[in-house]
Ligand binder design. Structure first.
Ligand SMILES: Cc1cc2nc3c(=O)[nH]c(=O)nc-3n(C[C@H](O)[C@H](O)[C@H](O)COP(=O)(O)OP(=O)(O)OC[C@H]3O[C@@H](n4cnc5c(N)ncnc54)[C@H](O)[C@@H]3O)c2cc1C
Length: 334
């Protein structure tokens, strides 16, 4: 059987699979795992906002739709709360739910598309905050043995847009719920430049949690295409890290290069490299590089996954020729 999943990926790419399974409750999942009903290969699908479907998927797509947000622990003497959210919850709904309940720490991650279950996978990040800052533990099921396992924050091996679930344990565990440690006292992180600029132009010094979420949402959609208006997977490439020597060479050639120092060298703004290579706003076939943010590849209408890959390769080649830097894809290619 082939099922069409164009609506299940924000790029709006045509996508089919042999089998499509929706899982809503834990007993259903346990039965599926204990009776070996999941045909290999398989793919876990959340909101499909970080995926590029390039061909028919010859196996089972498991789409999680379990719901629920629950307060696990709250001690009046402590400033923190532990809150568990089901993997199938929409991430943005979760962030708003927390703000409404006075649980803080995730505001900067507002309006990131996708689900709670996918947030640990690539350690979603925005405006100076990453999911790893608020994730306490991850509850998951081993797809091979059906065993439940709790991963502590450290065991998730979070890194920049990465974790153990995107690395060595990719497609090995189904994340069923995530426990977050949030704060009862609002202590916002306003350091990120685009955010502090936006607050300054709105003449807001001490935003309320809701004001902060509103401003970030507005700034975000000024620069990124809304999935309902234009297909994309958000940032298509990661920001590459180069050695100090490599950075200094580039800096002498391109004094306006955008970069910041990290422990192992310099992180370069991939959007700047792509723009400088002449790709910002340029189309190739039915896809293109977004005119407001060169890090984002977009569907101009009816494009296929292979067209997206061809564009990504052309951009990567030009950036490599010009700067000697290899761009790594952030989006997951299926
Ligand atoms: C317009 C736009 C803006 C974006 N902005 C940002 C941003 O600011 N920061 C950022 O970090 N990302 C951003 N993204 C990328 C995307 O939103 C995130 O990667 C998000 O976490 C993906 O969630 P999803 O549910 O759509 O996951 P999917 O795309 O469905 O899946 C992503 C990966 O996670 C795996 N996965 C999903 N759910 C589970 C689960 N329950 N258990 C195990 N594995 C699972 C999948 O198998 C796949 O490997 C953006 C995307 C778009 C389209």
């Amino acid at each position: 059987m082939s099922s069409n999943m164009e609506i299940y990926n924000t790029f709006g790419l045509p996508a089919t699979a042999d089998r499509y399974l929706v899982v809503r409750d834990e007993s259903q999942l346990r039965t599926l795992l204990s009776t070996n009903q999941i045909n290999h290969p398989y793919l876990i699908l959340g909101g499909g906002s970080n995926m590029v479907f390039t061909k028919h998927f010859p196996g089972t797509i498991i789409h999680l739709e379990n719901k629920g947000i629950c307060l696990l622990e709250e001690s009046p003497s402590q400033d923190d709360v532990l809150v568990e959210a089901a993997a199938g919850e929409v991430w943005d709904d979760f962030v708003h739910y927390c703000i409404a309940h006075g649980w803080y720490g995730a505001e900067n991650l507002v309006a990131i598309p996708g689900t709670v279950g996918a947030a640990p996978v690539q350690n979603v990040g925005a405006y100076g905050v990453e999911a790893k800052n608020v994730i306490y533990s991850v509850r998951a099921f081993d797809i091979f043995t059906g065993q439940e396992r709790i991963f502590t924050n450290a065991e998730c091996q979070f890194a920049y847009r990465n974790s153990i679930f995107k690395g060595t344990l990719r497609n090995h565990f189904i994340i069923w719920s995530v426990v977050f440690r949030l704060h009862k006292v609002f202590a916002p992180d306003l350091q990120y430049k685009a955010l502090s600029d936006a607050l300054q132009s709105a003449c807001i010094k001490n935003p309320t949690p809701q004001q902060l979420a509103d401003i970030i949402t507005e700034v975000r959609w000024r620069k990124l295409p809304r999935p309902e208006q234009m297909g994309s997977a958000g940032s298509f490439f990661k920001n590459p890290v180069v050695s100090v020597e490599h950075y200094e060479r580039l800096k002498s050639l391109y004094p306006d290069i955008v970069a910041y120092s990290v422990s192992d060298g310099y992180k370069l703004a991939a959007g700047w490299l792509i723009e400088k290579a002449g790709w910002k706003g340029r189309d190739m076939g039915r896809c293109g590089v977004y005119e407001k943010q060169a890090l984002v590849l977009v569907n101009r209408g009816g494009c296929s996954g292979s067209e997206v890959l061809a564009l990504a390769d052309a951009v990567t080649d030009d950036v490599q020729k010009l700067f000697g830097v290899i761009l790594e894809k952030e989006a997951i290619i299926i």
